[in-house]
Design a binder for this molecule. Sequence first.
Ligand code: ZN
Length: 1031
Amino acid sequence: MAGPQVLKHRRTTLERAEKFLSEHHFRDCNLRGRLFGASCPLVSLSCFSTPRRIPYDEAVRQEFRPVKVGESFGPTWWTCWFKAELSIPRGWAGKEVHLLWESDGEGMVWRDAQPVQGLTKEGEKTSYVLTEDLKEAEPHSLTVYVEVACNGLFGAGKDSLIGPPDPDKKFTLNKAELVVFHRDVHELLVDFEILVDMAKFLKEDNQRSLQALYMANQMVNLLDVMDASTFPAARQLASSLFGQRNGDSQHTIHAMGHCHIDSAWLWPYEESIRKCARSWVTVVRLMEKNPEFTFVCSQAQQFEWVRTRYPGLYAQIQDFVKEGRFIPVGGTWVEMDGNLPSGESMVRQFLQGQRFFLQQFGSLCSEFWLPDTFGYSAQLPQLMRGCGIRRFLTQKLSWSLVNTFPHSSFFWEGLDGSRVLVHFPPGDSYGLEGRVEEMLKTMSNNRDKGRVNHSTALFGFGDGGGGPTQKMLDRLRRMRDTDGLPRVQMSTPDRFFSVLEREETQLCTWVGELFLELHNGTYTTQAQIKKENRECERLLHDVEVLSSFALTQKSTFQYPSLKLQHLWRLLLLNQFHDVLPGSCIQLVVEDARRYYAEIRREASVLQKDAVQALFGKLLPTGPETAKSLLVLNTLPWERTEVISRTGEDTLALLKVPSMGYAAMEESLTPSCPVTVTKQADGSVSMENGAIAAHLDSLGRVMSLRLVHTGRESVQEGHGANQFVMFDDIPLYWDAWDVMDYHLETRKPITTLLKPLEVVLAGGLRGSVKFSLQISERSVITQEVILDAMCPYLRFVTEVDWAEAHKFLKVEFPLRVRSMNATYEIQFGHLQRPTHWNTSWDWARFEVWSHKWMDLSEHGFGVALLNDCKYGASVHRDVMSLSLLRAPKSPDATADIGRHQFSYAMMPHQGSFQEAGVIQWAYNFNFPLHTVPAGSAPGLAWSAFSVDSPAIVLETVKQAEDRLDSLVVRLYESHGSTVVAWLQTSLPIKDAIECDLLEQPEPSSRLLLTEHGLKFSFTPFQVRSVLLILRQ
Ligand SMILES: [Zn+2]
């Protein structure tokens, strides 16, 4: 019989229910205190520690010493292996028995030599379920091993998440025992939690909020926590409320398990491998118990790690992939940075990724998946479409500091007009926990719910791994269809996007880049990583071009496809979204640089092999036989450039055909030599017939004119090549963020250390050198070079850098007025405003660019070329290139040391397209190769040339699956519609257009004529062709 109804006091009623579930209050008499029953200690526990990450087989052979619960181990990055002998009491028959393991660090339970369960306190996984219902016949005694990594889910930062790791952290084992787990109490706790959250997060006057509150109160009344026989009635009450259904119009949330694992970030690559295993083995356990559970998983590299290191686990994963529940997504090798990798690198992310997914799982991914990357290039839609992908998921734009992105579901139209369907999970996270509040936010935050009434919700601990938990699944199950809450279904990306596609006519379109208005420091931080990325992109390009030449010229040459795949995969791995952006710890920087060194070493061997195959006997056996110089050009246009001869100090002006080579016995004579004149005031004038520069004694370019027209580039009364320093103290994300307010702290660098002096007096090359004192700790030394027949002034720069929270840039105040500046991106370029009219304009105070940027008015402009920089800005008529930062977290040593980089200033007549800025920027980044050779008069050869300056032949490589074929990739670089001919001297039998995955397009055989191959291009179109070689 019911007691009297008391007052309707919301706060006391709510808190009463909350206390009933509390971890911290009234555990002696509340429901939470009843979660576990009897416990029993382990029979024995022993351990051994190692600084290495070793395999299980090696670990179990080590000497284990006895250890007690409460002891500490470590230090940071070590691994402690525990051996636990257990004996389950006979009296626990019929009970659910857990091994309860609470320790710092990240654990993996091994049983019978197989990984069986990941354990992490931060990821709310502290139980390994030994049995759900103990049977008499089951073994009661067993031995398990627990491998504990001495780092947390988020590494081992000192004082804060992103603080540099503390190398001396100690890790404590707080609990290791057998316990009886009360599943019925757990279920009741989840019921209560959902009811309390409905009461709390639905509005106070919402009927369902009040009903949930009343129901929770009734259940507390009904329950005697010491008497399990009172539980079913309370559960019945809860399910009666959960069973009240929604109307047809209710919002539908597609929930998918997820576990974002940064391939390296606050921990090194090697730890990520174990993070994958710990997280995914847990997913497999959950799948065994929850038939509806789906899990979405990206990054081919991580699958490859688990395939090679954990084959048993991988086989289980493959089974669930077949069932369509463990769902590979993304199609890329890693979740790469979305801004800085070159166009070809982005293609290779998909090529390596999609081919892996196809080989391993029998199908290509149909969604691109990049939830946590710092902006998205306008070229991505075309690259996705070329790789079999029409759908894209991210949520990172929710981090933008200034503007709120207006859509949740929309079409994204790229540079060339390609469109993909995009969804931003409106919960603004890829690591939800399946809570009522999150589901309500997902619904309310969906900006397109009037058009398409569906959202996704990705649940599971992420960034450092961890993934979903049983509790998350139990929560979501209760929200399947409960009146007042959005409908939450376990779903898949395909199911969700298919719904979206059915309603796609309702959706808006966003054109151009998806710019993240935050983390703009990542274009500059860790300059050495950026430099090596650019360098390795060039090396692999050149090795592929030269190996392709060798393949077609020498029948015995073996194209090094496997080695190249390995090197590409290393480069792609380093393009991960916390490595190339520079937002990682020092250990990761060391890992990355080791991989770059391997790429450089191996690529130079491969390059030598190709050159050897091409020239064989022509190559001298000793210096005395070198009579001429072989010059190799890996770019698709003829070049005439001054080079310094290898091993000698002499210069030569050489001309070499497009994508080919020539032998030179002596230097050409320039039409106009370089002159260098030192003035009485210490300033210097340099001229080469095309441009004339005047530098003051501080190395500032006070004038840069086009000789023929006399047009001046530099703003009157100002100097270009002006170094400037800024204070660079962001709000929190040190390595990531440069804030707009840094611009208010500008200080020009004007302290001369060594005044301007002439190094090379002219002829083929003139140059001057000077040094500036940046601070007591840092110095810039620069050589400013002008070559004969060259349209730009080159700045070869060396900086000794030992700053803290400073930002070094170089500025170019120009005599050019334009509302927009142009920046090179992957396979193209785009424009961004030079003014700060709207919040969308000024939020882009620091942007990214690849090899060049340009500020032009009609008929004239100035381009800035660079060989390894990405951060840039143009505000009004001042162009600036971002050079070096000095953040202290998460790597306290970031960027400290010596840096070398080059940039160039190129004034031009006409548009940048007409002036060949694109080609000169390529030349600046892809120096000619020279090889001393025996006499070879008249030797000259060109493999490819293109008759339109708008078309860049970017890539030449062997086809992935066809040893008898090359793939060439071309793109339209001017933003124009053109017809072009590709000429080749190679023995081509057939030419078939293919997609970026090198799959032939049906009915797309190209007509091969004596003029070559004819192509028509639309603006920024990327086209790939299979060239089948005559044997
Ligand atoms: Zn991430």
